[in-house]
Structures are given as C-alpha cells and as structure tokens.
Design a protein around this ligand. Structure first.
Ligand code: PAF
Length: 275
C-alpha cells in the first residue's frame, strides 16, 4: 500500500487507471470504514482511501482541533482491508490558498436536519468531496449510509454536475448492542457508551410502531425525543422523512427515520430505513 500526500503524487500513482474505487474518510477509522473499503475492493480496480479532516465542514465551536488524527493506525487497518493507496494530504496540499470557490448544495436538501443544526456543513462536505473527486478521478465512490443525508447530498451533486462517478452506499456498521459505529464514539466515557445504544433503540421502537401500523409520525418523533431527553440526552431532531428527498413523510412512500442527539458533549447521529 502506498501513502501519498499531494495531488501530484496521487496522480502519478494512479496514472493510466480508469477503474479506481474511492473511499473518502476523515480517518480515525473503524470497522464501518473498513466495510466501505471492502465494497470498493469488490469493484475490481485500485482502491484509494483519503484521510483528511476537512476544516471547511466544521463550525468554529465544533471538534475540528480535537478530532483524532491517527494516520499510522489508520494505515495499519487499511492495508489488510485491501486499500492500495492512502491519500493523506495536509491542509496546505488540499487548500494551498483560501478556498474561495465552494459548492453550495440546494437549501431544500442541505439546510434541513444536519444542515439546520450545522449551518454550512454540506457546503464544506460538497466542496472537499468535489475536490477529492477531481484529485482521485474515481469511477466509483463509496459512502456510508450512516451519514444518510450526506450520501443523498453527494448523489445529487454527482447527478446535477454530471460527474462520471457511480456512488455506492454502504450499510451502517453497528456494535453488537446496536450502536452505529462512528469515530466520535471514542469520545464517550464508559457510562455514556452504555447509554449510547438508546439512540438506535429509539429508532428501532419507531420502526416497530410503524410496522405495526402507526401513522402519527409527529407523535412517534415527539415520544422518541422525550424519551431521550428523560434519559439525559439533548436531541437536535428525531425526524421521519421520505427516503427519496427527505421531505415530509406520506403514506405509501418509503420512509427513513433520522436522529441526532448529544450525550454529554458528544453529538451522535443515526438513521433507520422503515418498513
Ligand atoms: O463522512 C466523512 O467522513 C466526511 O464528511 C467526508 C465525506 C470524508 C468529507 O470530509
């Protein structure tokens, strides 16, 4: 496995390759990321993983400075998982000058849910992902479904900008108790880690209720929020939405429930496709 730090080195390493599969990450990898690498591996071409903590997608009060940078350990995990090239640019490599040109995704998709609570987040994500796509020029790119809205925003960007890239969504990796795997789980202390499973449990209760015929979406959302609050969480949202565009739910449409909540200072997100 090769580790490269600049776009020039990356292009040299990929010269002549037309079948690259790409997994963008911010590092601090876990089994969930490795399952995305395996999906990329299955496409047959060379596999590139990027590791870059993207300042543009963090608000000033968020965890950009403390986000774990664990390049050596990440590389030890990536090699046996089937990664061929790790692209780990420094900020200077990727943003040699202030990034004046940015991708602003449409408000109806990017200013709701995560975008409402993290203004500018999806502009930061789309800008870096487009730049990474231009650097890697992949045929396929793999994103986790845990970041459900992010996956949808990226798919739309690729469609609307006619990028010749197939976007593949990888299933959310979960711990045995159901907690969605996330780099931020490492911030939890032992008591919080035991409690953290309650987020996915709340989503599973909503799934059980809708499978049993409940159609009062607001009641289900409010009940889930209240249960989390009573347990000491600070939820941003629990929202049942249409899968196709994250719009308001309606009978007969495939739905998904998405949630974000803080436990102590750690903000966790999760989602579950219903039915
Ligand atoms: O999901 C992530 O880890 C990041 O948002 C991404 C896609 C690597 C862009 O920085």
């Amino acid at each position: 496995m090769q580790i490269v730090h600049s776009i020039a080195q990356l292009r040299a390493a990929l010269a002549g390759q037309a079948n690259t599969a790409f997994v963008p990450t911010m590092g601090n990898l876990h089994e969930g990321h490795l399952s995305l690498i395996k999906l990329a591996r299955a496409r047959g071409g060379p596999v590139v993983a990027s590791i870059f903590v993207n300042r543009l997608q963090f608000a000033p009060h968020e965890d950009f400075d403390t986000y774990p940078r664990t390049l050596e350990r990440d590389c030890q995990l990536l090699a046996p998982a089937g990664c061929d090239i790790v692209f780990a640019p420094s900020e200077k490599d990727l943003y040699p000058e202030p990034q004046g040109y940015k991708v602003h995704p449409p408000a109806e998709l990017a200013d709701i849910l995560e975008g409402h609570f993290r203004p500018g987040f999806f502009t930061g994500v789309c800008t870096v992902v487009l730049k990474l796509f231009n650097a890697v020029q992949p045929k396929v790119a793999v994103f986790g479904k845990k970041d459900y809205q992010q996956l949808m925003v990226i798919r739309r960007m690729v469609d609307q900008l006619a990028l010749p890239i197939t976007i593949v969504g990888g299933e959310t990796g979960r711990a045995p108790d159901g907690l969605a795997l996330s780099s931020r789980n490492g911030y939890l202390d032992a008591a919080q880690r035991a409690e953290a499973v309650q987020l996915s449990a709340a989503l599973r209760r909503i799934e059980a209720a809708t499978s049993a015929g409940e159609r009062d979406w607001t009641k289900l959302e409010v009940e889930a929020m209240n249960t989390l609050i009573a347990r000491g969480w600070a939820p941003d949202y629990v929202a049942i939405r249409r899968r196709r565009d994250l719009g308001a739910p309606c009978e007969g449409e495939p739905l998904v429930v998405l949630a974000a909540a803080k436990l102590g200072t750690t903000r966790l997100i999760d989602n579950l496709e219903l039915g």
